[in-house]
Design a protein around this ligand. Structure first.
Ligand code: ZN
Length: 282
């Protein structure tokens, strides 16, 4: 049963429009769902009122479509309250039904990358010839332009998937290494990493070897800056404590006082982000 709607100002889910529905007895809502650190996403939500339904039931039909079954006289507000209670569940379900996106497709939906602790807007550029640098900071450092291929028409289409993936990997190599050294210096660390590599790991954000070599996932640049920093600080803490002992967590908490919140936000995003660019060649 659903009762109590005191949280009228909650904004985790909101109806932003109505859509034509194939069945006139059913409604279709355009919903905006806020996943917190995971960003906001739009969904088409089919509403199916049923005489025999005693409770509200929600299904995730695809990466951007929901189905809500409800008793006949369910108010719009009751529907939204129900959806708001299930925002975290929706996020998990969306991650499992979503197909892997190429890096280019991901950036078109989420046009931002982090560098030097800031979130930058992403743009693409094409050129008649391959440029020496595949990326450049533009708009006084507020945006990043990625090379998307040799193309006279300057249109970025699906053929550019591979070029964008390469540009992104090169960008990640540069900015992630710079950020590791920035954080190591900020913390005045005695042990510096002996080597930093940026790779295409399937499920790990980063790792630290006993030799002091750090290995980071290129997808870190897709995260909000504070979460990328969390991973970097986590690996830097391993330079002193190569384990997950209580001493390690205490040290990491000194490096990142918000480490618990950051860890939770990272876990919520990981599954979805780890599939980005999975099938891109190059
Ligand atoms: Zn660890």
């Amino acid at each position: 049963m659903i009762s109590g709607f005191s949280d009228r100002h909650s904004t985790r889910a909101a109806v932003v429009g109505l859509l034509p529905s194939p069945n006139p007895r059913h409604g279709c809502l355009k919903l905006r769902v806020d996943f917190g650190a995971g960003g906001a996403q739009m969904f088409d939500c089919q509403v199916r009122p049923r005489r025999d339904a005693r409770h509200l039931r929600l299904r995730v039909r695809s990466a951007d479509a929901l189905l809500l079954t409800c008793p006949l006289r369910t108010s719009r507000r009751q529907m939204i309250a129900f959806i708001e209670q299930h925002v975290d569940w929706i996020q998990t379900q969306v991650a499992t039904v979503s197909k892997p996106l190429s890096a280019l497709a991901w950036l078109r939906k989420n046009p931002s990358l982090n560098a030097h602790g800031k979130s930058l807007e992403v743009r693409f550029f094409t050129a008649a010839r391959r440029p020496e640098a595949r990326h450049r900071f533009v708009d006084e450092g507020r945006a990043i332009a990625l090379f998307a291929g040799v193309n006279a028409s300057a249109r970025v289409g699906p053929r550019e998937t591979v070029e964008v993936q390469r540009s992104l990997r090169e960008f990640a190599k540069e900015v992630l290494a710079a950020r590791v050294y920035f954080q190591a210096e900020r913390l005045d660390l005695e042990n510096m990493p002996t080597r930093i590599t940026v790779r295409d790991q399937r499920s790990r954000w980063g790792s630290c070897a006993s030799s002091g070599a750090l290995s980071l996932n290129w997808r870190l640049v897709l995260l909000p800056p504070e979460l990328a920093d969390y991973v970097i600080l986590h690996e830097l803490a391993h330079l002193r404590e190569l384990n997950h002992s209580s001493r390690f967590w205490a040290l990491l908490e000194r490096y990142d006082p918000q480490r618990k919140a950051h860890e939770g936000a990272l876990n919520a995003l990981s599954e979805r982000l780890m599939s980005v660019g999975r099938n891109d060649a190059g």
